[in-house]
Design a protein around this ligand. Structure first.
Ligand code: S3P
Length: 175
């Protein structure tokens, strides 16, 4: 089976968007970002959806957007950190795409989130210690989902060539 959809998974701050752009430029694929698609489609920021309507509404809209993204061809899709963890999203992703989990230690993620320019609703107003505790706890809940990805790579020392070789072997990318 030839995968012409690659889906990047991982916690906020793991570098999904950056990796998506790098892979896409090598494969000549387009980049899709589920958070951006959602913001464009509903004309409201992710932050404001959480604030005004709560997480449940966000998860429902996020799921719809993910389904739409997974109908596109020749794409690298950067998902929101929670996207694969709700409804049947992970199963769906693995059925129609090649999934890559960017794994990173909670401490590294917490530091990156602490210095991030974008304010994320789930991590706002948290000190470094609170962030480490929060990320560690969330990771415990989410990692059994993330680990279902077809490929797991380390975010701290991400090796693009290694990933591209894997994609060639998996038949996602032509030589
Ligand atoms: C979330 C991650 C965010 C965004 C939303 C919820 C999560 O995306 O979808 O704030 O539940 O982990 P990023 O992973 O791009 O930060």
């Amino acid at each position: 089976m030839r995968h012409n959809r690659i889906v990047l998974l991982g916690f906020s701050g793991a570098g999904k968007s950056t990796v998506a752009r790098k892979i896409a430029s090598h494969c000549n694929f387009s980049v899709l970002d589920t958070d951006k698609m959602l913001e464009e489609r509903y004309k409201i920021s992710v932050y404001d959806i959480f604030e005004k309507y709560g997480e449940n509404v966000f998860r429902q809209l996020e799921y719809k957007i993910l389904v739409k993204a997974l109908q596109q061809d020749n794409v690298v899709i950067a998902t929101g950190g929670g996207a694969p963890c709700f409804f049947d999203s992970m199963k769906l992703i693995n059925e129609v795409a090649f999934s890559i989990y960017i794994e990173m230690a909670p401490k590294s993620l917490a530091l990156r989130l602490l210095h991030a320019k974008v304010t994320r609703p789930l991590t706002k107003h948290k000190t470094e210690e609170e962030l480490v505790a929060f990320v560690t706890e969330q990771m415990e809940e989410r990692k059994h989902i993330y680990k279902q990805a077809h490929l797991t790579v380390k975010g701290e020392n991400f090796d693009l060539q290694d990933v591209l070789q894997n994609l060639i072997i998996q038949n996602s990318v032509k030589l």
